[in-house]
Design a protein around this ligand. Structure first.
Ligand SMILES: Cc1cc2nc3c(=O)[nH]c(=O)nc-3n(C[C@H](O)[C@H](O)[C@H](O)COP(=O)(O)O)c2cc1C
Length: 174
């Protein structure tokens, strides 16, 4: 499968089978995140792998819908480790965490798993429930498991995405 075929195959899965994700598949997903680039290679990511039912249940307290996925990875970024652009002070915490999330999401797709990327959650509740220190920010939650419902067509992007000419400019913003 080419990269573009893989990227088109992926969609947000919001219905999962109960069967767990195999250990070796989880390892590959985490390894894909590990090799992702981060600003200045500072690797500020801190990942919490959540599989135990009682811990998955805690997500509800933080208003997170993980759609009964058997696995969720809370992708955090350490503000004390991330790069800060000296020119304007912008930190790359969100960017670094999101590149790692994307690498893991596509690796999971290649392994025949479904995922949904989640940003809708109460950060303070996630922090307290999962013992996350002050300087570490939960940025994304990636729910992972075997899709239970209908698989969406890779051709859906003709309708589901804007055409390139709406979002890409050459040489200057127009
Ligand atoms: C940064 C980001 C945040 C998202 N947050 C949520 C979320 O909180 N809950 C959810 O169900 N989906 C969430 N999604 C999934 C998007 O809604 C979804 O990717 C988008 O509608 C395109 O659909 P597709 O993934 O099926 O191609 C998020 C995706 C991204 C990239």
């Amino acid at each position: 499968m080419s990269f573009l075929e893989l990227a088109k195959k992926r969609f947000s899965v919001r219905k999962y089978e109960a069967r767990p994700v195999e250990e070796e598949k989880l390892f590959k997903i985490l390894e894909a995140g590990r090799v992702a680039p981060t600003a200045v290679n500072l690797q500020p990511q801190r990942l919490i792998v959540v599989r135990e039912k009682t811990n998955l249940e805690k997500m509800k307290k933080a208003s997170v819908r993980i759609y009964d996925a058997p696995l969720a990875i809370i992708v955090c970024a350490d503000h004390d480790t991330a790069w800060k652009r000296p020119l304007d002070g912008k930190k790359t915490t969100d960017i670094d965490a999101s590149i790692i999330t994307d690498h893991m999401m596509l690796q999971a797709t290649e392994l025949g798993l479904g995922t949904v990327w989640i940003c809708y959650f109460k950060t303070d509740v996630i922090k307290s429930e999962f013992n996350i220190p002050d300087q570490v920010e939960p940025v994304n939650i990636l729910a992972i498991g075997y899709p239970a419902g209908e698989l969406l067509s890779p051709d859906r992007h003709d309708q589901a995405r804007k055409p390139l000419e709406d979002t890409v400019f050459y040489e200057r913003f127009e």
